[in-house]
Design a protein around this ligand. Structure first.
Ligand SMILES: [Zn+2]
Length: 250
């Protein structure tokens, strides 16, 4: 998990600080070199990589602002090679949680027609032949936005899809059981993703799968903690169970 330590503070909007973890630069250099193959100059690959992280940052702001809207706490976003992490603490209610999670992918839903429109304008202006590198950046940004949306909606906890599933299950099953179900699906999904990464020989998907598995494990432990709290409450009637640590969304 990337933290503020070892990160550069980029900017602050409405009290939400955005940090860039040092490891981002290592992978950025590698990825820009790989992506340079499709451009005439590495500058365009660098521009595309930065563009990808602008989309990631907007997605995280969706989470953070929605969390605040429902009365939660959100003041930090950290960008790292696997994307972005918004440190949020929504009120422990199913609806508040659902909105805080769903608002991230909704940003990508909003960006899809906007990027398609920009691409259409560029195409109509003849950029495909007069300015092919800039046109290619737009094409890839449009594609990457869709990939981000689809990947994040996979029901693998703690991906947004898994957390949305958890929030929906919260309504009929309650806070604890919904977390058990979602994290169990997350552990199975994370293992399947890891297997796929091995078959595809993709170190990037492998790293992502390992990260998801570790976070799903943390979620499972939180569910067990909640279960123990509920049992203690039933015995002693001590109010207000608390989750250990802050919640994070991707
Ligand atoms: Zn997200």
């Amino acid at each position: 998990m990337p933290t503020r330590g070892g990160s550069i503070r980029l900017f602050c909007v409405r009290g939400i600080e955005v940090f860039l973890h040092w490891s981002w630069f290592l992978i950025a250099i590698y990825e820009v070199q790989v992506w340079s193959a499709i451009f005439r100059s590495p500058i365009w690959a660098a521009l595309l990589y930065v563009g990808l992280f602008v989309l990631v940052t907007m997605h995280e702001f969706g989470h953070a602002l929605a969390c605040r809207q429902v009365g939660g706490e959100a003041n930090r976003i950290v960008l790292w090679p696997l994307g972005g992490i918004a440190y949020v603490n929504p009120p422990p209610r199913a609806g508040a949680m659902l909105w805080s999670i769903a608002a991230g992918p909704l940003i990508n839903v909003l960006m899809a027609p906007i990027l398609a429109f920009v691409l259409h304008i560029a195409g109509a202006a003849g950029w495909a032949s007069t300015n092919p590198d800039a046109y290619l950046v737009l094409v890839w940004l449009w594609r990457i936005n869709l990939v981000l949306l689809i990947f994040n909606l996979l029901p693998i906890y703690p991906l947004d899809g898994g957390q949305i599933l958890r929030s929906i299950l919260w309504f009929p099953f309650g806070q604890t059981k919904s977390l058990f179900i979602a994290t169990a699906i997350g552990l199975v999904g994370g293992a399947a993703l890891l297997l796929w990464a091995v078959l595809m020989r993709s170190w990037w998907i492998g790293l992502m799968a390992l990260f998801l598995l570790s976070r799903a494990g943390v979620g499972w432990k939180q569910a067990r903690y909640l279960q123990a709290e509920e049992a203690a409450m039933a015995r002693t009637a001590v109010p207000e169970p608390e989750l250990p640590g802050k919640k994070v969304v991707l």
